[in-house]
Write a protein that binds this ligand. Sequence first.
Ligand code: CS2
Length: 475
Amino acid sequence: MAAERLTRTAPPVGVGLVHLGLGAFFRAHAALYLEEAVARFGGDWGVLGVSLQSPGTRDRLAPQGGSYWAVEMAPEAETARHVQIVQDVLVAPENPQAVLDAMAAPGVRIVSLTVTEKGYCHDPATGRLNLAHPDIMHDMANPLPRSAPGFLVRALAQRHARGLAPFTMLSCDNLPENGRVLRAVVLELAAQISPALADWIAAEGRFPSSMVDRIVPATKPQDIARIASLTGQEDGAPVLHEPFRQWVIEDDFVGGARPDLGAVGVMMVRDVTPFEHMKLRMLNGTHSALAYLGYLAGHETIAMTVADPVFADYARHLWQAEIIPALAAPDGVDLHAYARQLLARYANPAIHHRTWQIAMDGSQKLPQRLLGTLAQNRAAGRRCDGLVLAVAGWMIYVRGTDLAGGMIDVRDPLAAALRAAATSDDPVGALLAVQSIFPAGLAADLATDLRAAHARLLAQGSRAAVRMVTPGDGL
Ligand code: CS2
């Protein structure tokens, strides 16, 4: 029997938060906390979701009144929850003015973002807005924007003109000090458009940094079919997620206006930096290392990669010998216990998180995930063969050909330039010369070791090279 289409059953909630980048991550993470806060305390904190690129999510959610299943994938059981906090979805390229009007509505007090690293249109090495980015060039000259910073600045201009307070801008992307990065790009773009506007945003705007964590693999067509049989209702846009979740936010909102997130498990803190560093370097850093080297060893998912003891030992070694020694633990956190918990999360066989998915956009991810740790260790005189091997793995990955000669579908805003560098006569030297990724001093320092690691990967393959850098000093 064909399953019925999922429909909305909850009454509407007034919109208080506009979210830019309505991907699976937001729908499996922040949306759940927001829904729980509204269920407990009420308040007009409904979500208006904005897709900045394609209409796919809107087209799938609209017939369901914006509602969807969020399915928690524990190793032993899956549990579906009907999420109804998203009130409406707009597709920015179809009607950018409607998005600006929604953001400028008096009831909207927060605009949150999951637009991925590249959505900030900044130079990852310096954190500055890239004024030569095509979308930023467009947004400086046109009132109807394309980029996330463009939507924020033009919507703030409307609010300023109407005498409304600005909204709080809450970045939920995997960038260190993501609030400060967002503040920098918004102020730089605003200054290009109107210095008075930039002054007002600098004085009145708030940009709390936040650390977000939940593993949310992309939903596959077979998941959609399985969830329909699990729930008896057909959902065109379910999300799948692991049981673990964490959200740490700096408590700095315009006029203090926010839902009571602290009561539903969000940590509200003064400074999120130690949490961000811990998560980006320990989780995302090893994720990327396992993604490149695991992919090159023929492993399709992270769970399959760490089921291979060579790679589980490698992850333990990275934490123990290379990442934790360069980290300051947040108050009350045991980094070794955190590492053990990460390995258990990676091993969850119900989560099919593809190495290929995590390998995406490496040019935007490497600095905060791997290179910061490397630079700190090198300055302290430690070698870090494990992290160097991960960077060498990325250097082979971006050639677009794996170690057996198979094609790799490399997704990265710099894919063409990276491929040209990686297939040149001196791939390591040419890639180290990409200044938006590698600071010059670090590039010079790493060159010799990277050449050796790159040659070892080519000669021996990924698994053997990984085994060689892992002396078995696990947790
Ligand atoms: C992953 C992250 O795709 C990636 O690059 O490392 O999406 C990771 O799963 C999340 O940050 C976990 O919170």
